[in-house]
Design a protein around this ligand. Structure first.
Ligand SMILES: [Zn+2]
Length: 73
């Protein structure tokens, strides 16, 4: 379980799959689960494999490759 006791696949932080090229990635998406200001101070983790949005607890997304804290630009 996670935020608001929902299963993985429905968490506010279950982001779309991130694609990268030569070590660089950029992503933009729309959500009605939080506002940009609510994300500040939270962390983000990038996993090695795509998220299947079903397997608990982390979508069978593999090793954690990187993490960081979301800050205001
Ligand atoms: Zn989740």
């Amino acid at each position: 379980m996670g935020p608001h006791q929902s299963a993985h696949g429905n968490h506010a932080g279950d982001f779309p799959v991130l694609f990268s090229n030569d070590g660089y990635a950029k992503m933009c998406f729309f959500t009605n689960k939080f506002t940009p200001s609510e994300a500040i101070g939270h962390s983000v983790i990038i996993h090695r494999n795509p998220d299947d949005y079903r397997t608990q607890p982390a979508g069978d997304s593999g090793k954690r490759l990187a993490c960081g804290v979301i800050t205001e630009a």
